[in-house]
Design a protein around this ligand. Structure first.
Ligand SMILES: [Mn+2]
Length: 298
């Protein structure tokens, strides 16, 4: 790339993907991220369009400065944007297989996968690759799940793999703990499942009333963390372009504080899903890009 040029098809701050050295991301000073878009919305049940998420979020990423004033820090980690996964529209199984293979390759390069969806079903495939990686012990990983929905159904419309079942599939893989934040919509069956299986659930009301307590809880987490962030955790006033909007959600100051509470934590992966913006300047994409920016700034 020439000086004074930028490639808006790649996330802001990313660098050339050629000549990546294989090295470990285990030490914070060597923290390096990959970005991969997954333009798949084959399991969406209400508002389709998450296939446009990766493109819209990348475009919106150019709104932000390399210097994060709030954290008094420059984004100086290496970020490689590999573009979008080759998906098979309408076919979760084939798309998931491609995604798992690609994430495995990214992990072998010693990069932390940062995935832009796509509907929420894709998070399972990213975590499946992490589960199969020899260097990461899945049973030690804490999953932090930002979402309006629990996504804990065992099956949804008789489908095992869906945006609505993804957290049940991840639970089945036996992570150390699942923490849900911002939820406000679930079936009774999901609420009972969460209770019986000791999932830590902070509803959107809990965030309103006890934000500082939740932040303290997150700061105490030990060991590796994977974050799956459904943009519909934000109130539809801030994120209207989503697959399944749900009112009375979080505001961006709250999610910002919650993400910043993960400073100094060992994040082994992050995904941001369900953005279905399809126009430049869409507020949902801007908040999604901001969230990724916050993670890159940590
Ligand atoms: Mn959701």
């Amino acid at each position: 790339m020439l000086f004074y040029t930028e490639n808006v098809l790649k996330f802001a701050f990313s660098i050339e993907t050629s000549n990546i050295d294989v090295e470990s991301s285990n030490h914070d000073d060597k923290k390096r991220f990959s970005i991969l878009g997954v333009p798949f919305d084959g399991t969406t049940s209400y508002m389709p369009g998450a296939r446009f998420g990766p493109r819209s979020v990348r475009e919106a990423s150019y709104n932000f400065e390399r210097y994060n004033l709030i954290l008094d820090k420059n984004i100086n980690t290496k970020i490689y944007d590999f573009g979008d996964l080759e998906v098979v529209p309408g076919n979760f199984k084939k798309t998931c297989s491609n995604l798992k293979t690609t994430i495995s390759e990214i992990l072998d390069l010693g990069l932390i996968p940062l995935t832009i969806g796509g509907d929420h079903s894709i998070s399972y495939c990213v975590l499946k690759a992490i589960d199969e990686n020899d260097e990461l012990n899945f049973q030690n990983i804490t999953i932090i799940h930002f979402d309006a929905h629990m996504d804990l159904r065992n099956r949804y419309m008789d489908e095992k793999y869906s945006h609505a079942t993804v957290m049940h599939r991840i639970f089945d893989m036996n992570p150390k703990e699942i923490i849900q934040i911002g939820v406000r919509s679930s079936s009774e069956e999901e609420a009972i499942f969460a209770r019986e299986n000791n999932l830590k659930v902070y509803t959107s009301c809990d965030v309103d009333e006890n934000l500082e307590e939740i932040i303290k809880f997150l700061q105490k987490i030990e060991g590796p963390i994977y974050v799956t962030f459904d943009i519909d955790v934000l109130d539809p006033a801030f994120a209207p372009s989503v697959g399944t909007p749900s009112p009375c959600g979080l505001n961006p100051k709250q999610t910002e504080k919650l993400i910043y509470s993960l400073k100094n934590k060992k994040i082994v992966g992050f995904d941001l899903v369900e953005v279905s913006s399809n126009k430049i300047g869409d507020i949902t994409s801007i908040h999604a890009a901001k969230t990724i920016y916050d993670v890159l700034s940590l």
